[in-house]
Design a protein around this ligand. Structure first.
Ligand code: UDP
Ligand code: MG
Length: 319
């Protein structure tokens, strides 16, 4: 897709930050953000407080009282990172919307570079974490495994190490707004949405203050919901298992017939029971797989995602 540079001036920049118990980080983050966006006249900071139990929201309110660009948004409880991010995206009003984590692992100093790429005409500028040798090996290994599984199992391709640190054009944000799914996996949705996307590498900083809110349990459930929200292949698995078992049952059935006809190793009634149990078991698994296939289709349909997206921004020279 040829790129059309954006010349629209002035434009508004939104920065969206999901915050959960980040009282030690938001002030420093705010300072770094101000520094990073100082050359842009029209900016808003949408801080989403994801039901924090510490003083995060008070600090945000104080910042908002001093600086009209700060828009705190408080959720009624802890909904989780993806939903806090979605809430922020839904409320952001900018022509381009940048999302990053509150813990300063995503360097705000990269923001001008993201906006420069957007001005070149890209609709999505996503960032890819450079492999960080200080990260524990099991975190790196599980993350690699996840992305590999994800691209194997589903039709969306997500760049390994892609983070929720990215710039989205207004048009892409509007597409995401239409996605009211209950199993949110925004990284997958952004990739699924299409448009012209470009990657940018960054090296993550260590967490500034506090500790990670992603426990192993949250990570596993995040990975599972990522895969099942975009793929129905796990359901199809039982078809193959069923076919395989039916095949083995067929071979064993032949042996049963042979043992019955040509040897005296069988007791009366055994052959027919063994053969029918195996056969029925195989058929059942196949039928389960077929049901799974239909269930999966209903599942995908139920999400009521738009089936295609018409791009509104016209290419240069088009009328
Ligand atoms: N976060 C959130 N709700 C949650 C958990 C995390 O809004 O339930 C935010 C958190 O404040 C941070 C971002 O999501 O801005 C990433 O979380 P964290 O740094 O704990 O995850 P990690 O970087 O370890 O993957
Ligand atoms: Mg973090």
């Amino acid at each position: 897709m040829p790129l059309t540079p954006r010349h629209q001036q002035p434009f508004k920049v939104s920065v969206v930050v999901p915050c959960f118990n980040e009282e030690g980080n938001v002030a420093e983050l705010y300072a770094q953000l101000c520094e990073a966006v100082k050359e842009y006249p029209d900016v808003e900071f949408v801080f989403v407080d994801d039901g924090s139990t510490d003083s995060t929201i008070q600090i945000l309110e104080q910042l908002a009282a001093k600086d009209g660009r700060v828009r705190p948004l408080a959720l009624s409880r802890n909904f989780g990172h993806q939903f806090a991010l979605k809430a922020g995206l839904d409320h952001a009003e900018g022509d381009c919307v940048i999302s990053l984590d509150a813990d300063l692992q995503h360097p705000p100093s990269l923001i001008p570079a993201l906006i420069a790429k957007w001005s070149e005409g890209y609709d999505v500028v996503y960032t890819v974490r450079e492999d960080d040798p200080s990260l524990p090996w099991h975190k790196r290994a599980t993350s690699k495994l996840f992305y590999r599984l994800m691209s194997r199992l589903s039709s969306v391709d997500i760049h390994p190490g892609a983070a929720d640190f990215r710039l989205l054009d207004r048009e892409v944000v509007e597409v995401l707004r239409q996605c009211g799914e209950n199993h949110l996996f925004i990284r997958g949705l952004v990739s699924w949405a299409g448009f012209s996307q470009v990657a940018m590498a960054y090296s993550p900083n260590p967490r500034y203050a506090g500790r990670t809110n992603y426990s192993l349990r949250k990570m596993v459930s995040f990975a599972l919901s990522g895969i099942t929200a975009f793929s129905i292949r796990p359901l199809q698995l039982s078809i193959f298992v069923g076919l395989f078992i039916a095949f083995l049952a067929g071979i064993y059935g032949l042996y049963v017939v042979y043992a019955f006809a040509f040897t005296d190793r069988t007791i009366p009634g055994w052959s027919s029971v063994a053969a029918s149990v195996l056969f029925i078991g195989g058929i059942q698994l196949i039928m389960l797989g077929i049901i799974g296939e239909y269930l999966g289709k209903t599942f995908i349909e139920n999400k009521k995602r738009p089936t295609y997206i018409v791009r509104r921004r016209k290419a240069q020279g088009a009328s």
